[in-house]
Structure formats: structure tokens, C-alpha cells
Design a protein around this ligand. Structure first.
Ligand code: ADP
Ligand code: MG
Length: 312
């Protein structure tokens, strides 16, 4: 059987079950945005690692080296934000073909540096033809402020911390050779901002019960919260936040907002009695249909066949 028959998440769950019996006491690993390693009774270290491969995650000629350096770290910092953590440090392993210029490298590291997060080590090797980048980011968080995917409760309201779909539309613009016509969308794709400040704020609120970052699109990402928490959800399509630039674009804005991915904002659930004016309320956690999303269009059920991004 080939791995495309079990899919990215099928493979991860096989890996996870092979190692489930050797998890150090008090730690948690595969299944959330970061692993959690307690360092005292009150504090934990959270760790995440993400890989970016040329021609899979980026096109070398379509992203300035500065933006690639910034984005590579940003996608990792976004996972720290999802736990409610502050960024502590990072490690970078990079494989480069020998025709990459020193100037390109300098710009890449300027972009990486722009987050002001320590780089404590890594590895540098030659690649045959494609650049690959692997970053490990480390965060710190008070134990009582950690937010996981598994904490959602029936009746919680579901929120996102920004509009959705701009990054995916930016990718469409790049692939269609029309990047120059859609600068805001391309910027959202090439230069995402991790929501660290939002994560720390939401982490400090006991009313917030679960959180993750949006990397594959909410149609797929929300299901991780639903499965981990043993609940279902209703999402009101008329409440999905979209930017004017996305709505004015020639692509299917709603589909990109739900399935496009790479938004790197936060998706969280919180008790219904708290009001968040700065964030977008998109739905409610329900008891029915565990792991499933019920889509509503102005309160009427709507059948949508949607899939977020997965490898394989
Ligand atoms: P994210 O998008 O938040 O980075 P992923 O969807 O990439 O998360 O991964 C889901 C979970 O599976 C994470 O906890 C991640 O650490 C884990 N994971 C993914 N690939 C592997 C692997 N090859 N070995 C061990 N754990 C993995
Ligand atoms: Mg994540």
C-alpha cells in the first residue's frame, strides 16, 4: 500500500501509535501544535518543528529570500502562539544547492532575524537541486495558561483571529502569473505574521478552552479540535471573515477562506458568556456529530464537500 492511500494524517497516527508507550511522564507529544515538556511545577517548554521544501512549500523565484526567511520561522512561531506560549529560541537546519548566492543567504537570515527570536543552532548541508528548510522553535508558557486542541466544550463559541483565505488567493495569483495585480494577497502568502501577542492574551483567559493555528484551512483544522475534544461544530458561512481584496479577487473567496490554508491566524473556542470584539465569531461547539462540521448558510443547513490541504 502506498502512503497516499492512508494520507498525511493516517501516516502520522501510525507513527504516533508506535511511540505512544515511551512518552516521558508529564509530557505530551504528537497531536497538538507543539509538544509540551514541563520544566517546573508552574512552567513548561513547548516545542514545534516544521519543514519547508522548495517546489512543495515555496517557489524560489516567487518569494524574496527575506520573506522566505521570515515565513519559515513565522510558521513555527504560529504553532507556539497556538499554545499560548512566548517564543524562546529556535534551531535551523538548511540544505542548499551550491548555486545559491551568498546575497540570497544574507537576505534569508535578515528575514529570519526580523522576528527577534534567538537562533541557537542547526545544521547546514549541500542539496542536489532544491532548498529544504527545517526549523524547530521553542516556547515557554505557564502550565495554567497552556491551550490545547482537546479543551473545547459543548456551547463554546468558535472564533478566528483574522480574516481567512488571503494567503491562498495570493498563491493562486503567483501560480497564475498575476502576482503584480494582487499585492496584498501575495503579501499575505509570502509574509505571514504569527499571532503571538493574540496567543499570549488568549492563553491568559480561563474562558478560552481550546486553540490551534490555521495552517490547512478551517474546514480541516477545526476537525482536529473537534476530534481531540470529542465534540461537533456548527459554522455559519455568512460569518466567515474575508478581506475586501479577497472578495474582489477572481477566485472563489469562500472556498479559499475555508480550505486554502496558510492563514497562520488562531482558531479558538471560548465560553459563550465572554464577548470578543476584536475577533471573528464563526460558529458554536455542539454535542452532535463528533468530529464533524455542520455548515449553515444564514442559519439553513448547507451541504459542502470541502477538504483542507493535506500532503499525499
Ligand atoms: P502543525 O500543522 O500544527 O505543524 P501537523 O498537522 O504538521 O501540525 O502535525 C500534526 C501533529 O503530528 C503534530 O503534533 C506534529 O508534531 C505531529 N507529527 C507530524 N509529522 C510527524 C512525524 N513525522 N513524526 C512525529 N510526529 C509528527
Ligand atoms: Mg499548527
Amino acid at each position: 500500500m502506498n502512503i497516499n492511500e492512508i494520507g498525511e494524517f493516517g501516516l502520522i497516527s501510525q507513527i504516533s501509535s508506535k511511540f505512544s508507550d515511551i512518552i516521558p511522564t508529564g509530557c505530551s507529544g504528537i497531536g497538538d501544535d507543539c509538544a509540551i515538556i514541563p520544566i517546573s511545577d508552574s512552567r513548561s517548554m513547548v516545542i514545534t518543528t516544521d519543514m519547508l521544501i522548495e517546489d512543495i512549500h515555496f517557489l524560489r523565484n516567487a518569494i524574496p529570500a527575506y520573506d522566505l526567511g521570515s515565513k519559515s520561522l513565522a510558521v513555527n512561531l504560529s504553532d507556539l502562539a497556538a499554545m499560548g506560549a512566548t517564543a524562546h529560541s529556535s534551531f535551523l537546519s538548511i540544505a542548499l544547492p551550491s548555486d545559491v548566492s551568498v546575497e540570497w543567504c544574507n537576505e534569508f537570515f535578515e528575514g529570519y532575524r526580523s522576528h527577534n527570536v534567538a537562533l541557537l543552532g542547526g545544521d547546514t548541508t549541500k542539496a542536489t537541486d532544491r532548498i529544504s528548510i527545517n526549523i524547530t522553535a521553542i516556547g515557554m508558557v505557564d502550565n495554567d495558561k497552556i491551550k490545547m486542541r482537546s479543551g473545547a466544550r459543548v456551547g463554546d463559541k468558535i472564533y478566528v483571529t483574522s480574516t481567512l483565505g488571503d494567503s491562498a488567493a495570493g498563491l493562486r495569483a503567483i501560480l497564475d502569473g498575476r502576482a503584480a495585480n494582487f499585492p496584498e494577497l501575495v503579501m499575505a502568502h509570502n509574509h505571514p505574521t504569527p499571532h503571538l501577542r493574540e496567543g499570549i492574551l488568549l492563553g491568559s483567559l480561563t474562558a478560552v478552552h481550546s486553540m490551534m493555528d490555521v495552517s490547512d484551512g478551517i474546514a480541516s483544522d477545526l476537525k482536529h479540535i473537534l476530534r481531540a475534544s470529542g465534540v461537533g461544530a456548527k459554522i455559519e458561512l455568512s460569518q466567515i471573515p474575508m478581506s475586501d481584496a479577497l472578495i474582489a479577487s477572481p477566485w472563489n473567496a469562500l472556498e479559499l477562506a475555508l480550505t486554502g490554508g496558510e492563514d497562520y491566524c488562531l482558531l479558538f473556542t471560548a465560553s459563550a458568556d465572554i464577548q470578543f470584539d476584536d475577533y471573528y465569531h464563526i460558529g458554536t461547539i455542539t454535542r452532535q456529530h463528533i468530529g464533524e462540521i455542520e455548515w449553515l448558510d444564514n442559519s439553513k443547513p448547507k451541504l459542502l464537500m470541502l477538504k483542507g490541504f493535506t500532503h499525499f
